[in-house]
Ligand binder design. Structure first.
Ligand code: UT7
Length: 317
């Protein structure tokens, strides 16, 4: 059974924060950030919570889809920065959106690949749902787990949320791949709970960027080739490839290794920085607003991140 994405919505907090503003916090420069990552701005929450961003994005998507709250049977929120360990963001969101009480709701965490795990999970859950639509949200408040004294991480990430409304569709094939290599070296790590052994609180993101970069440029072509093989298509048959937006240099590397057309690969990391599981739906939202997504457009999405977790899907808009 295929999956059709009907509409997308998004929310970011406050005003864009420039590279120059980051240079006032740590020893960095606009030149270093733009040339090494492509990032120009990002957004950080002040008072807004994860559930506030998720709510705005989800409502936006429901309005764009023309779908009423009582028609939603599944609500999944992908995040590794929830407001609380419990209750979940999804729980709060269901109540605020007025979805039926028996809607299946939970948060899931597959790092920056989480939104794509959400699509696949929602697809399975819709098969057992009495209602036709699923709402899948990627929502992150990374500013709460950043060390604003560590220039190697704080300039890279940002906050944001985006959501899609989806339904099962026999005439809209959906191919999916996913897995996890494991990161025994702890190259990308965020403790979460107070680690007594390390006496580490509060919890912040640590990253050895070059190791993650190497993983990314290997796994993205693997995913794209795997999906094309499953679907019996060539890269030339695909309208857009949407990689997790971590670094424009990762995308350029992949374009080169696949001998692809650069314009096939959508890039918006310059606006938001790396927003983890919100990055792929934020890209879909920008593409939709730029009228790039048309009925029949074939799109490949590829996510990768902590735990060297990865996922990818191919769908028709
Ligand atoms: O969402 C999960 C997926 N995450 C990713 O995919 C991230 C993948 N990795 C990357 O995007 C890149 O590795 C980074 C952008 C994180 C780093 O770029 P890099 O070209 O690999 O830089 P580097 O870590 O090798 O650091 C080069 C230099 C170092 O100085 P020395 O040792 O050469 O003197 C760093 O200390 O750049 C320095 N540096 C900075 N300088 C100015 C690191 N961060 C900064 C900074 N401003 N913000």
């Amino acid at each position: 059974m295929g999956l059709r994405l009907l509409a997308v919505g998004a929310a970011v907090p406050g005003q864009p924060v420039s590279n120059d503003a980051m240079a006032a916090l740590v020893d960095t420069s606009d030149k270093w950030i733009t040339t090494r990552t492509g990032i120009r701005t990002r957004y950080f929450c002040r008072d807004e919570k994860n559930a506030d961003l998720a709510y705005r994005a989800a409502l936006d998507a429901l309005i764009h889809a023309g779908v009423a709250a009582e028609q939603v049977g599944v609500l999944l929120v992908s995040t590794f920065t929830p407001d609380h360990m419990s209750p979940t963001v999804a729980c709060e969101l269901r109540a605020r959106l007025g979805l039926p009480e028996d809607t299946v709701v939970f948060d899931l965490n597959a790092a920056c690949a989480g939104f794509l795990y959400g699509l696949q999970t929602a697809r399975q859950l819709l098969l057992a749902s009495s209602r036709p639509y699923a709402l899948i949200v990627g929502s992150e408040t990374l500013s709460r787990v950043l060390d604003f004294g560590d220039r190697s991480t704080c300039v890279l990430f940002g906050d944001g949320a985006a959501a899609v409304v989806a339904e099962l569709a026999t005439d809209s094939p959906f191919y999916w791949l996913g897995g996890s290599r494991g990161d025994a070296g702890g190259f990308l790590y965020c403790g979460g709970l107070w680690d007594k052994a390390k006496d580490e609180a509060p919890s912040v993101v640590h990253m050895q960027g070059q190791e993650v970069f190497r993983f990314a440029v290997e796994i993205i072509p693997y995913c794209i080739e795997g999906l094309l093989q499953k679907a019996g298509l060539q890269l030339a048959d695909i309208d857009y490839v949407v990689c997790h937006q971590a670094n424009v240099r990762i995308i350029q590397h992949v374009v080169k290794s696949l001998h692809a057309r650069p314009e096939q690969f959508f890039v918006n990391v310059q606006r938001y920085g790396n927003t983890s599981s919100a990055s792929i739906p934020l890209a879909l939202n920008d593409m939709w607003r730029q009228h790039k997504l048309k009925p029949g457009s074939r799109v490949i999405c590829v996510g990768f991140g902590a735990g060297f977790t990865w996922a990818a899907c191919l769908f028709t808009w």
